[in-house]
Design a protein. Structure first.
Length: 319
């Protein structure tokens, strides 16, 4: 299987547009417009042609295509980007042969190399994309009136993300590593062992909680905790967000927060709120949370029994 971009290749662009017109005419107009934009675009959009040696041809022929776009014409999830769009595989190459999965993984890798940590996709197919790690995040209506489901998936990079909760507890060494990112650890071996036994393995007794952790190979490079208010189950708290210094400005904090919010959204009934407490001088954290839809209340509000410093304000987002 060969993947070729139409960028700076007018002949290939014309060829795949002709192929799309023959095989999937319903999307041809939009596909052709995006393909033409892809010819000389810096970044997005992109149009990729999938080629393979056919049994009756001596040279590779087109067996499919996909496109990468900034947006996908949604009317509800308008802030999401980027999207995998217009994925098509020749019928003879479907049916568990791996071509669709290979195309999705190629798209995820391309977006990962571009610095994106999450890819999105809208579709009216049910049960297909779930098989390849896509998670449904909601329903939407396109700007031309078609109802669709919206999915998210991690791009393919060297970073992997794990989720820990009561049913999937952290291994002790991961607990210690997470705390070590968030706080200075004792240097004395005996003190470390005491800490591991008595503090690092402690989680909230009654509250519902989970942790998103990021790893580069086997090295922990980021973590964030989410905890539900024991007395008001509609409220969640984000705490101890941290990324290793040499891995910052790579979208890892954004990805961990998004994964946590998507998890809460899947458990939510539409009335939950997520709270974060940010120092007034922390411009990077304020920009990140603002981008994710949090609003600064300008006040210092308690979360249950927790009350934070005078230099922090409460930021809130409704799920």
């Amino acid at each position: 299987m060969i993947f070729l971009s139409v960028k700076d290749n007018t002949a290939l662009c014309d060829k795949v547009k002709e192929y799309c017109s023959e095989r999937w005419h319903q999307v041809f107009s939009r596909f052709a417009d995006i393909a033409d934009e892809s010819l000389h675009a810096n970044g997005l959009p992109q149009t990729w042609v999938i080629m393979e040696h056919r049994s009756n041809e001596g040279i590779p022929g087109i067996i499919g295509f996909y496109q990468l776009t900034s947006h996908d014409g949604l009317t509800v999830h308008t802030g999401l980007t980027p999207f995998i769009a217009s994925l098509f595989i020749e019928p003879d190459y479907r049916g568990g042969k791996g071509y669709g999965e290979a195309a999705l993984n190629h798209a995820r890798s391309v977006l990962g190399e571009m610095g994106y940590d999450t890819a999105y996709l809208s579709t009216d197919h049910i049960g297909y994309y779930e098989k390849y790690g896509f998670n449904e995040i909601g329903l939407d209506l396109t700007n031309y009136g078609r109802p669709v489901k919206v999915y998210s998936v991690d791009t393919i990079t060297g970073i992997r993300y794990e989720t820990y909760d009561r049913l999937h507890p952290k291994p002790d060494h991961t607990r210690l590593a997470i705390y070590g990112l968030q706080n200075p650890l004792p240097k004395n071996t005996a003190a470390l062992m005491w800490f591991l036994k008595h503090q690092a393995i402690t989680e909230p007794d009654n509250a519902k909680w989970f942790t998103i952790a990021a790893f580069d190979c086997e090295r922990l490079i980021g973590a964030v905790n989410f905890m539900q208010n024991e007395k008001d189950l509609l409220n969640w708290y984000i705490g101890d967000l941290v990324v290793a210094e040499d891995h910052r400005r790579r979208g890892i904090a954004n990805k961990m927060l998004r994964k946590g919010m998507e998890r809460i959204s899947q458990m939510a009934n539409g009335s939950e709120y997520i709270y974060a407490y940010i120092e007034k001088s922390n411009t990077a954290s304020k920009a990140l949370h603002s981008k994710l839809g949090f609003l600064d209340t300008g006040e210092r509000k308690p979360f249950g029994e927790l009350l934070f410093g005078d230099d922090e304000t409460t930021w809130v987002k409704r799920v």
